[in-house]
Write a new protein. Sequence first.
Lengths: 607, 160
Amino acid sequence: MLASSDTAQSIWEKAKQEGWAHSREWTTLLHMRKSIFGVTRSGIADDNFFLSQDGYKNPEEELKATIFSFLNPPQREDDVRCRYPARLKWLKEKKGILIAEPDCQRYNAWREKLAPSGLSMIFAAYYFNNPASMYGHTFLKLNRTGYEKTDGLLDYTVNYAAVTNTSNGVLFAAKGLLGLYQGRYSTDPFYIKIQKYNNIESRDLWEYQLNISDDQLDTLVKHLWEIGPYGSPYFFFNRNCSYELLPLLESAFPQKSWASSFIFRALPVDTLRTVVTTPEILKAVHKRPSHLNQLRSQYASLTKTERVLAKNLSTGDPVENSAPWSTMSEQRQAETLDVALDLWKTKNGFSRSLPDEKKKIEHHLLTLRKNLPSKQQTPKTGHETPPHVAHKSLFLMSAFGANKRHEFWDIQVRPALHDLNSSSNGYIAGSELEMFHTKIRWEPEDSQLSLQELRLIHILALSPWDSFSTPPSWGVHASIGRLDDLSPSPHRATSLSGGTGLSLKLPGLHRGLISAMAGADASVGHFLSKGHRIGLMTKAGLLVEWTKAMRLNASANVYRYVTGEVGNRVRLEATQTFDLLQNMELRLHGFRDNHNTEGRLGVAVHL
Amino acid sequence: MLKKVLVAVIGLAVMAPSMSLAAGGNHPMAGCGLGYVLFGHNDNSRIMQILAATTNGTSGNQTFGMTTGTSGCTEDGAVKFVKEVEVYADVNLDTLRREMASGQGEFVQTFAVLLGANDSQVSSYLTLFKTNYEVLFPSSSTTSSEMLSSLQRLLEAQKA
């Protein structure tokens, strides 16, 4: 156990000679990545993480500083060897250097609480009626030794999120997009995540158990301790909750290169896919359904009479005094009461500041319930597609089309995420979310290549009414592009529209949905009379899934522009899509917008 | 294990009188306020949910951040052993309130394990909770600290 700078120097010489600093085992501990210009930089933006001045860009300097300070540790309360247990482990165990190990009380106390013995990657699926949540969210879960019989509720999770203090919504969103928040790792118990995601936000939690050896897990947890105190700017598009789990995972799997595929955009569903489709890494997949989905399956198991009783109970009707109730067996009463309690919860939410009369209803139901027998544990069913098999997030389409005047070729690129024409497996049925969807058009007769449309953002949430709720359907759209009803005008306008309405499921038709919305539509463009037009909009839509691989999306929009370029407009549109492969579609699309008609046939791929 | 737990619950009982002064709802400081942070405000309006999609952050996540050192209930982001029961009961109070009445469920089972039950004892704990439900949750506004005090008295009576 020598500790002298001579020894450090000779070790450093050896390290340099053998190229230790360039091994993945070392560079993954520094989160080194190549930028698009080929420059090597650490992903960790906090200088305090590094022991050397140039450590953030020079893995050799950082290794040298680490070796020297481990062998001659500066006198500090938080010893450098305790701050960097993964680096210590690698140098001691894998490189055979003799380094004295102090008693790392803080690290040991923390480790004792986590007691990790296994690893899962968890995906929180979407919120109902919130298309933006289709991106999902990922975090890790560490199985906790000694609590194997508790379904993981007491396991600790590893979550990377922006540390926000703003409760103002718009500011919240803007700062997240612009990197104005710091991101940090946190380790909450899993039960907190269940309450937040399964209950409050009504999202399914998909648990992907990973194959990881004890040694690999040990390195991961040690590395988590190393990076825990340091943050980086949080960017919604790429340096986000899901991206930052990848360098952490790579510390345990240094031969994998998961993080390097995510430079400009890191969607949680994509990062999930990258990890869990790695050969031999996935052990099992298990779904923990949201509160709403649990209610749906339990409601479905009640008879028609019981459903009515459950609804009445949930609003405070003294059903227990009624005749139908008294003829029911205790088991059926218990089932009905449980559904009534779930209905009550869904209606009133999870807030703790409910008015007293609402709370008294629940209390009364529970008083009835306690006298009835416990049920068999209902198995968590549901045969939905796991999220990682949903179609990929980058969309490219090439289409050939014609209108009255000429023929054209369109090329479309969309970085995210999903439209109604694609299979909704793994996404929310009836929802659309598009960001920066770009359509370029080539007109061969005029040799003209131009931007036809840039859809900045397009969101559509068609949430059908059901037995429990009557949610609004809504949509928002912002784009720069040519106006189809004013074709052949080549000029582009900036448009904004939005509306709200309702949707209903169509019985008989598989996944059939009809919708009706009303709202407003506005455009600004110098070529328009008075430079703009603003009007009212009504829209009716029809979605039909003929088979799993064939879909129709049709709509009729009626506009009445009342200022600027006034006039009426009727747009009828339909797209018939055929899935050719998992991530490839054939689309037949046509519209008639006032007197202008257009038809296109194209092939789309998801990458 | 049971001794460790009784220490925690006793500690709470001493403070319980002042905590139960809070009218209705759960006292914000029970369980270090984690239940309050999660369920207290109505920040889950649809608009907020949509806008929060860009950060996936919550204002309460500093508690479990690994930079915070030692605070009331956590050390470096993990719950202190002596506080585990209190934090668990506070965060999961609404679920426990239901599962203790029905006598089954993963949250109430986990609670029994946290209180020290081994495999063979879990079902007797669940029966205990269900039989004594009205003592544990006498009103619609019973707080987690009140429930834990009642529970502690119940467990002590069992031992006697």
